[in-house]
Write a protein that binds this ligand. Structure first.
Ligand code: ZN
Ligand code: FE
Length: 270
């Protein structure tokens, strides 16, 4: 396997499944989860080839495909995987995801026999309106909603929707592994530092990210507790973020602060 596929958490004792980020397209991660008997699922296969390569290198059998939202860089390989492996494709109820065989929605639990796994479905409107995440087995498969040190752009939802979606994720257990859709961490971190230049947890995380990336290793997964300490989009009530918003003329309520951060990030060039 290429080194880029090996994350620090792949064999973490507390995680029942092996959790493997497969680099795809320009900067996407397809998440491969598998057990020791060789049963595997993949999340957000933007293309099929990296999945096929990983399945054959690791001698795994693909059992299901899970999709978080309709963007092509997350579903582009699902058709070919469904045809080749004859597997179910779980997705939110959105006509733009024609490849789906099973629709899942907020409040439901997806129970898979092979690998044995249960995932709660949470609706997270914001990046897109029908975006969902899968939470279970110690991992959060969050697509383009929560990134390490950042969050997804608001293509369809409002700041209020995205903030409330992120707050639902923020209430999950701190040791949950955040498995996001893109390697955006370093660029996100440069923006985060402009918001909270004195945040020492953020500084440490950026050092860690720099050394991982220098070794061509993924900066994710990371833990939710690390994100709570470092990610400004999860910290709209922190003194530093409130202070930044005050200096940038935005209002006192959390939604206005979140909106101000998101707009500033949209035009930020590191
Ligand atoms: Zn997207
Ligand atoms: Fe994406």
């Amino acid at each position: 396997m290429p080194d880029a596929c090996v994350s620090r958490y792949e064999n973490a004792a507390e995680i029942a499944l092996h959790v493997v980020p497969l680099p795809a397209l320009a900067d996407n991660y397809i998440w491969l989860l598998h057990d020791d008997s060789g049963d595997a699922i993949v999340v957000d296969p933007g293309e099929a080839a990296p999945v096929e390569a990983a399945l054959s290198a690791r001698k795994l059998t693909l059992r299901a495909v899970l999709l978080t939202h309709h963007h092509p860089d997350h579903i582009g390989g699902a058709d070919r995987l469904r045809e080749t492996y004859d597997v179910p494709v779980y997705a939110p109820d959105d006509d733009r995801i024609a490849v789906a065989t099973h629709r899942v929605k907020d409040g439901e639990t997806l129970s898979l026999p092979h690998p044995l796994a249960r995932f709660d479905i949470i609706a997270v409107p914001g990046h897109t309106l029908s975006h969902i995440v899968y939470v279970g087995e110690g991992v959060l498969l969050c697509g383009d909603t929560l990134f390490s040190l950042g969050c997804g752009r608001l293509f369809e939802g409002t700041p209020a929707q995205m903030l409330s979606s992120l707050q639902r994720l923020a209430s999950l257990p701190g040791d949950t592994l955040v498995c996001c859709g893109h390697e955006y961490t370093a660029a996100n971190g440069r923006f985060a530092q402009t918001i909270e230049p004195d945040n020492t947890a953020l500084k440490q995380r950026l050092d860690e990210v720099a050394s991982l990336r220098a070794d061509h290793r993924p900066s994710v997964p990371t833990t939710l507790s690390s994100e709570l300490a470092c990610n400004p989009f999860l910290r709209v009530d922190s003194a530093a973020v409130v202070d930044w918003c005050r200096r940038h003329g935005s209002a006192n309520d959390p939604v206005a602060r979140f909106a101000a951060l998101r707009s500033a990030k949209d035009v930020f060039r590191a």
